[in-house]
Design a protein around this ligand. Structure first.
Ligand code: C2E
Ligand code: MG
Ligand code: MG
Ligand code: MG
Length: 281
């Protein structure tokens, strides 16, 4: 009992906390086993077209259902997974599960939509990443056009030549690619022009900046204009209010994702949502 409450003083793997080495080691071992023990789950957050209101995609977001600690956020374990290399099996599980689920929705008769999967920097840099994606598409039978990989702007900015090379190989598979958390990395228009990508995701912080008192000079509006000039699709993440929704719609943003429409959902709830909208069961 005393031991338990002592353990609970620690915030779960917050890197800035002086978590004891043994504690970290335990968590690392637990995380390593989490995949085999079926403790990971994906939630799905809908992405909507402003124009039609249709759900055009879902982002797959991983959680760890820890036997003692409950539902753990990816912001708490993805950094550790990256540091330890656990991200490789974990990331493959996410990719496979997301593709399987999207195929299952299509097989159930729902209108085809994309599933977006977050790729970590470490995963993206693996020499065999293209083969891994190709194998999982083959294995799950998902048509490549319905898979989107999200890489962050910071990953895209690391080694342009290498990143472009990998993206070109991925694009040859027929999948879609988006740049996540866009606007936080200060990459320029000319830099992005050479990237074989489909979509920019406006970082939540810039969406959050949109308020009723704000003028026309928001960063979100500049990103939308820039995306349009590059012929890229643009999606806003973290849309929470009607003011943000209307602003983005008026600026010509293509799609949105955020609590204003829906929080990330358990797969059963996502299925229910699709069924109630599309009338399939
Ligand atoms: P992200 O890829 O930028 O995902 C968007 C995050 O914003 C998600 O947090 C989502 O739940 C949250 N969000 C969506 N709409 C709203 C909103 O309207 N308001 C607010 N306040 N938040 C909103 P989540 O699920 O906690 O994921 C956090 C981050 O963890 C993700 O950011 C992504 O970088 C990472 N992550 C999640 N799943 C995976 C994964 O499978 N692999 C990797 N490598 N990273 C992942
Ligand atoms: Mg993302
Ligand atoms: Mg994002
Ligand atoms: Mg983000």
């Amino acid at each position: 009992r005393a031991k338990e409450s002592h353990r609970n003083q620690y915030e779960f793997f917050t890197p800035t906390m002086s978590v004891q080495a043994s504690e970290r080691h335990t968590i690392e071992q637990e995380l390593r086993k989490a995949v085999e023990r079926n403790e990971l789950l994906l939630m799905y957050q809908p992405q909507l077209q402003f124009e039609t209101g249709q759900i055009t995609g879902v982002e797959a977001l991983v959680r760890w259902l820890h036997p003692k600690r409950g539902l753990v956020s990816p912001t708490e374990f993805i950094p550790l997974a990256e540091e330890t290399g656990i991200i490789i099996p974990l990331g493959e599980w996410v990719l496979r599960t997301a593709c399987q689920q999207n195929k299952a929705w299509q097989d159930a008769g729902f209108a085809p939509m994309r599933v977006a999967v977050n790729l970590s920097a470490y995963q993206f840099k693996q020499a065999n990443i293209v083969q891994v994606v190709a194998d999982i598409l083959h294995e799950t039978g998902l048509h490549p056009a319905y898979l989107e990989l999200e890489i962050t702007e910071s990953v895209a900015m690391q080694n342009a030549k290498q990143v472009i090379g990998t993206l070109e190989e991925l694009k040859k598979l027929g999948i879609q690619v988006s740049i996540d958390d866009f606007g936080t990395g200060y990459s320029s228009l000319s830099y992005l022009r050479s990237f074989p990508i489909d979509r920019l995701k406006i970082d939540r912080s810039f969406v959050n900046d949109i308020t009723s008192t704000q003028g026309e000079t928001t960063i979100a509006a500049s990103i939308i204009a820039m995306a349009q000039s590059l012929n890229l699709e643009v999606i806003a993440e973290g849309v929470e209010t009607e003011v943000q929704f209307e602003f983005l719609k008026n600026k010509g943003c293509h799609e949105m994702q955020g609590y204003f429409f829906s929080k990330p959902l358990l797969k059963e709830d996502m299925t229910g949502r699709l069924a109630s909208i599309q009338g399939v069961s």
